[in-house]
Ligand binder design. Structure first.
Ligand SMILES: Nc1ncnc2c1ncn2[C@@H]1O[C@H](COP(=O)(O)OP(=O)(O)OP(=O)(O)O)[C@@H](O)[C@H]1O
Ligand SMILES: [Mg+2]
Length: 447
């Protein structure tokens, strides 16, 4: 966090700055309080350290001006010998604390740490309030009202506004990606980028370049330069999925980048600063992954500042009806099919199923339910009979999905234009001949 330092004497500024920087604070100093004031806003993430006696705006007046912008920005005043009465007045007027000149470096650092902590809490609480207001957004993204889901959502609302790294654990298909995205959306970084990288989906030898970027010609086949995900996520959130699939040496580099907050792209030698919040996820047990040599323990401890475990669907079966109807409606809309209601025997069957593929399996089942040609009451028994449902994102071939979607779009356009073929042609930008062929193929008519 940040410190604004104001004193009309250069020597005081220099020595205070030196102590503060040694203690890892970032400092901006000003000779004139009016200049400093221009940089202060309600979401200023820091505190102010100011002299009392200054030409122009003095410390007390300065403090009042700051309080008018945001009464919760801590102002610490420097007081010379004999200003104690003034200092007391300042504190009564809302200043956070005062330190006497010549100051004791340790005391000043202590005071500032406390003031910064207070400021951090104020900002975090404000974020939290905002996030609570946006909690309805969470409900529409992350469907589920069972007890475990309510607890999970409460936890998400709390941690989202913070800057803490989050590690999301849970079986396959439980919703880890949905959760990562929700955390970003509920954080102060929602306007920044959200970048996701699935470590299992990139070739091992490309992992480093994906994360850190590379310069032209850095390795065989490196054409052009590329900005790595760590750098591109500046001001936003980086989601690293399937973390334990990341090569161990790259995990080491990632750890260093997190510690130094800078990276060096491949083939480059100038380090660049990085600034992002890291969310990671994996569907195996961290302890097991560490033992198997797939996850670095030191990296694990760096990433799990907050650890969230998403319960498997079989432990929150109360969510099944709601999730099913949510996916059913979406699938019906996508494929232009009616969303027929679920026969009660079918629901009972679903409640007794174990869902090894979790929510993804349920989603797949609802899509098949919509697309199935069987009578409604036979669909679920047939689909759930025997084996586990294929959990590919969709169980219908791409060609069939595209056809269904195409049929749906044409049907919609015909409806919208009351069967006026000329308008449909313009709308979909296809020639009459193609439109006729497709309408014949899909059995569509003008009425
Ligand atoms: N609570 C939920 N509400 C709405 N959709 C959900 C929910 N949970 C999961 N989904 C949906 O289920 C599918 C699987 O979820 P997701 O991809 O987030 O799982 P995952 O935990 O990342 O799985 P994996 O470990 O296999 O990557 C996605 O289509 C997602 O949108
Ligand atoms: Mg995933």
């Amino acid at each position: 966090m940040h410190v604004i330092l104001v004193d009309d004497e250069q020597s005081v500024r220099d020595s205070a700055r030196q102590w503060l920087e040694l203690s890892d604070f970032t400092v901006d100093d000003y000779e004139d309080a009016r200049e400093a004031l221009k940089t202060i806003t309600t979401d200023y993430a820091g505190i102010v350290l100011s002299d009392v006696k200054m030409p122009g705006l003095d410390g007390l007046a300065f403090q009042k001006e700051i309080a008018a912008i945001d009464p919760h920005i801590p102002v610490v005043l420097f007081t010379g010998h004999g200003d104690i009465a003034m200092a007391v007045e300042a504190i009564q007027g809302g200043a956070y604390d005062f330190v006497e000149k010549p100051f004791d470096p340790e005391r000043i650092v202590e005071t500032i740490k406390r003031a910064l902590e207070k400021r951090r809490l104020v900002l975090e609480n404000r974020q939290l309030k905002k996030a609570l207001e946006e909690n309805e957004g969470l409900d529409s993204r992350l469907v589920g009202t069972s007890q475990p889901m309510r607890e999970l959502k409460r936890e998400l609302t709390h941690i989202s506004p913070t800057i803490a790294n989050v590690l999301i654990l849970g079986e396959t298909g439980t919703g880890k990606e949905v959760i990562a995205r929700s955390i970003h959306e509920m954080s102060g970084r929602r306007k920044g980028p959200y970048l996701a990288l699935n470590c299992a989906a990139i070739p091992v030898n490309m992992a480093e370049s994906e994360l850190f970027g590379h310069k032209n010609g850095a390795f065989t086949g490196a054409q052009g330069s590329r900005v790595g995900k760590l750098e591109a996520a500046k001001g936003g959130t980086l989601f690293l999925d399937e973390l334990s699939s990341m090569p161990m040496d790259v995990q080491g580099k990632l750890l260093r980048a997190l510690e130094c907050r800078e990276i060096t792209p491949l083939g480059d030698n100038t380090p660049r600063p990085v600034e992002f919040r890291l969310i990671s996820a994996m569907n195996d047990e961290p302890q097991k992954a560490i033992e198997d040599g797939r996850l670095r323990e030191d990296l694990y401890f760096r990433l799990n500042t907050m650890e969230i475990t998403v319960p498997p669907l079989r432990e929150r079966k109360d969510d099944i009806p709601l999730l099913f109807s949510f996916f059913l409606e979406r699938a019906a809309d996508t494929y232009g099919r009616p969303a027929e209601s679920l026969p009660s025997e079918s629901l009972a069957l679903m409640m007794s199923h174990d869902w090894p593929g979790n929510v993804r399996e349920l989603k797949s089942l609802s899509e098949r339910f919509v697309l199935s040609g069987l009578p409604a009451e036979q669909r679920i028994p047939k689909l759930l009979s025997g084996k586990v449902i294929d959990c590919g994102e969709s169980s219908v071939s791409l060609r069939d999905q595209v056809s269904l979607f195409e049929r749906h779009l044409i049907q919609k356009s015909i409806d919208r234009h009351d069967g006026n073929i000329k308008c449909v042609m313009d709308d979909l930008q296809i020639p009459r001949r193609t439109l006729n062929e497709k309408m014949a193929k899909y059995g569509l008519s003008r009425s």
